[in-house]
Design a protein around this ligand. Structure first.
Ligand code: BEZ
Length: 210
């Protein structure tokens, strides 16, 4: 069955570049990013995994564990890791699932046969500490993902989980935010004593809460 936002991310056991993993246990109480790439030893994927390794301090800061995946075996991942380090300047510092039997790819619907019937597409899932799926992205093989956008969504989710706000178009950390419609003006006065600007009754803007 298709995975949807709010669903519990399916648990699995898998072989990874860092040994066997039980997904939920590995996540612990962290946030998680699970992302698939089409194939080892391909150019776009090489840049994506190098960039993910470079961004590890940013993921750590947000208490996010990252796991990659493709349908290649672990020895292939490990050999390719040498190329990633050499060409991207960052060694792999997160586990990559060796999903040669497509167990996880099938569980997460990461193979889209009308795009390619053997390789995983570029899927991204953001998973919260309750193991709920909070974002799903699917990119084509020919387009490398924007990992700054993935961090931006994590920032938005962590902020909006904490406060009764939503983040507007092209929001970046530090920009103004929006009071969610379910909060009445009376409740908003208690939650946001610094006030807000009402552009329309449903569009109430205020500085990002700390
Ligand atoms: C790549 O990562 O460069 C790639 C992978 C599969 C198809 C096209 C590009």
């Amino acid at each position: 069955m298709a995975i949807r936002l709010g669903d519990t991310a399916p648990d699995f056991t898998a072989t990874t570049t860092e040994g066997p993993v039980r997904f939920h246990e590995w996540l612990g109480d962290s946030w998680g990013v699970l992302f698939s790439h089409p194939k080892d030893f391909t150019p776009v994927c090489t840049t994506e995994l190098g960039e993910t390794a470079r961004l590890k301090p940013e993921f750590d800061k947000r208490h996010v564990k990252v796991m990659g995946l493709s349908v290649d075996p672990a020895d292939s991942h490990k050999k390719w890791a040498e190329d990633i380090k050499e060409t991207q300047g960052h060694a792999l510092n997160f586990p990559v699932v060796a999903d040669a039997e497509r167990k996880v790819s099938d569980l997460y619907d990461m193979i889209h046969p009308n795009a390619n019937d053997t390789l995983t597409v570029r899927s991204v899932l953001i998973i919260d500490p309750k193991k709920r799926v909070r974002l799903m992205l699917t990119y084509p093989a020919s387009t490398g993902r924007n990992f700054d956008e993935i961090l931006r969504v994590i920032d938005s989710l962590q902020l909006t989980d904490k406060h009764s706000v939503a983040t507007p178009v092209n929001w970046k950390p530090g920009n103004d935010v929006i009071i969610v419609p379910s909060v009445s003006d009376d409740d908003a006065k208690k939650k946001f004593p610094g006030g807000w600007k009402t552009l329309k009754p449903y569009l109430r803007v205020l500085p990002q809460p700390k």
